[in-house]
Design a protein around this ligand. Structure first.
Ligand code: SF4
Ligand code: SF4
Length: 167
């Protein structure tokens, strides 16, 4: 093949390849879009309820939580992400009682295995599906889950039903 033929052959191959690519681009203009613009779509974004991202300790309107500071979650955590410290106080009737002092969790270490939540006997912690937790330093990923001034919720005494008297 002469050099002129080679030149035109290469030119036509190039044009054909360009048109094939342009054809694909043109088709994509009309196909249904699956990608979304984030964060513009924040209001309509659906995050699965089962998505685990942030461990929380729910507090009620009285700033009370259910943690007894038993430490079971800390023992079951496979990589030392949780640190529970407790303190002993004296109750009004003079008895000694262990209460939660600090509950620390490190989002940067957590593998989101959920073992802590599953093994907590008091249902005191749970995972939220909040996902916007990016920070600039790792230190900010360390969180104290019990709120300032919070205390443990007293368990309500169970009222036993009265047996009807035999006549
Ligand atoms: S989810 Fe797993 S790794 Fe994270 S704190 Fe709980 S037990 Fe530890
Ligand atoms: S969160 Fe649950 S398992 Fe962990 S210390 Fe508190 S009561 Fe115990």
């Amino acid at each position: 093949m002469s050099s002129v033929s080679k030149y035109f052959s290469g030119l036509f191959t190039g044009i054909k390849s360009l048109l094939t690519g342009m054809g694909e681009t043109w088709k994509e203009l009309w196909t249904k879009k699956v990608t979304q613009q984030y964060p513009e779509n924040r209001d309509t974004l659906v995050i699965s309820d089962r998505f685990r991202c942030e461990l929380t300790m729910p507090h009620d309107e009285n700033n009370e939580h259910a943690c007894t500071s038993c430490g079971i979650c800390q023992m079951n955590c496979p990589n030392g992400t949780i640190r529970v410290t407790s303190k002993t106080i004296e109750t009004e009737d003079g008895k000694k009682k262990k209460i939660l002092d600090t509950y620390n969790w490190d989002l940067g270490m957590c593998t989101f295995c959920n073992l802590c939540v599953l093994t907590c006997p008091s249902d005191a912690i749970k995972f939220e599906n909040t996902f916007e937790n990016a920070v600039f330093t790792r230190d900010k990923l360390k969180q104290q889950l019990n709120h300032e001034g919070s205390k443990m919720r007293e368990k309500k005494k169970e009222v036993k039903p009265v047996e009807p008297k035999a006549e």
